[in-house]
Design a protein around this ligand. Structure first.
Ligand code: PLP
Length: 391
């Protein structure tokens, strides 16, 4: 029996051949044949606490028996408690819950446009994003995602979105002015090649945004909740956002997102201007409370930093000894290995899988590693040894 399935009735945007995963345990996944894989992908940076967690399963089970869904016409204790905990992590006043990263960003755009047009005047609605950014696949977030491959057949997109070059201070000074409602930025570009925002770029961005009352949205969908070794990626890179968006790891693998807004924005929003049926249900928020308690802990975050150091050293040694690997990228446990050519990436990924290691891709020529944040140095070394052998 092959552990692969071909041509399941999925739309063609998903390709045709899939490894069928059956279960997970810690940092390992198992296919139907019992083959074991070390997971350096975490379901695309989602499974921050690993697989097979009895604590999260029990919370889910208990809450499902109590109440699964009630809509935003009512409040539930887990949702209110999570909202309070999230706003206390920074200068935030309120949280809009949704179900996915793209929804979190769409909500941010809506809040930013409403704020800007009510405070600065109609017409000040533009949103700036940066080259190689990825913010999602719905129409608003696609409009803020410059790569044509994500949007070519879907035009026309949403008007009022512009893009400038990431980390180019001179261009930023020319483009950004008071007609913009917001800037959306990933402090470390997860899909676009693992470039980090520079200190100089952060400072310039900050200065213009403060002077022109432009909101900074930090898209923390991939970098948030411990991934960079701080609770949020913006803390690692010294950015000071007004709004942040979270999703992937928030509810331990269940779908949940959060858009955190400051009081000046919340103060101009009126009842009924945004909403969702499922977002912030009692099950996902109950699990997220556990996840947040585990991750928002200095020892846990310091351990991510220590693991990152170990991982980066190992990757650097591979660069020193393998001609096909040319550079180490990323921060925390969102790391990359840049290869000599982009044609090597699919080959190396396949070979890694055949040797029991699952990895991701970022940009064009880089392997991406986003293991569970509670991985051990021993397991990191297992993965490094496979990578070295394959390369
Ligand atoms: N923003 C960033 C930085 C992402 O990495 C992603 C997904 O990879 C998204 C937004 C979109 O999230 P989702 O796929 O949950 O809509």
């Amino acid at each position: 029996m092959s552990p692969f399935i071909n041509n399941p009735p999925y739309p063609n945007n998903y390709g045709s051949e899939f490894l069928v995963i059956d279960r997970g345990e810690g940092c390992y996944l198992f296919d139907k044949k019992g083959n074991k894989y070390l997971d350096f992908g975490s379901g695309i940076a989602v499974n921050a606490l690993g697989y097979g967690r009895e604590d999260l399963a029990k919370t889910t089970y208990d809450q499902m028996l109590k109440l699964v869904h009630i809509s935003n016409l009512y409040a539930t204790e887990p949702a209110v408690e999570l909202a309070k905990k999230l706003v206390s992590t920074g200068d935030f006043a309120a949280v809009h819950f949704g179900n996915s990263g793209t929804e979190a960003n769409e909500a941010a755009f809506k809040y930013a446009r409403a704020y800007s047009q009510r405070v600065k005047g109609e017409g000040n609605y533009k949103i700036l994003s940066f080259s190689n950014a990825f913010h999602g696949r719905t129409f608003g977030t696609m409009s803020a995602t410059p790569k044509e491959k994500y949007k070519a057949p879907f035009y026309p997109l949403v008007p009022g979105f512009e893009t400038t070059t990431f980390n180019n201070v001179d261009e930023l000074k020319k483009v950004l002015n008071g007609s913009f409602a917001a800037v959306i930025i990933e402090p470390l570009q997860g899909e676009g090649g693992l470039e980090s925002v520079t200190k100089e770029f952060c400072e310039t961005l900050q200065n213009i945004c403060v002077a022109e009352n432009i909101l900074i949205i930090s898209d923390e969908v991939q970098t948030g909740l411990g991934r960079t070794g701080e609770l949020y990626g913006y803390q690692t890179f010294g950015l000071k956002p007004d709004i942040i968006t979270l999703s992937k790891p928030l509810a331990g693998g269940l779908p949940l997102s959060a858009t955190l807004i400051p009081s000046k924005v919340n103060d101009v929003i009126h009842v009924g201007e945004h909403g969702t049926t499922f977002g912030g249900g009692p099950v996902t928020t109950a699990v997220a409370l556990k996840v947040l308690d585990i991750i928002n802990n200095r020892d846990f975050l310091n351990n991510v930093k220590a693991l990152s150091k170990y991982f980066k050293n190992g990757l650097q040694q591979i660069v020193n000894s393998c001609d096909n690997a040319i550079g180490v990228k990323g921060e925390g446990l969102l790391l990359g290995l840049q290869l000599k050519s982009e044609d090597l990436v699919p080959q190396i990924m396949t070979k890694c899988r055949e040797n029991g290691l699952l990895v991701l891709r970022t940009g064009t020529d880089t392997l991406r590693f986003a293991p569970p944040l509670n991985i051990t140095t021993q397991d990191i070394q297992v993965g490094l040894d496979i990578l070295k052998k394959v390369l």
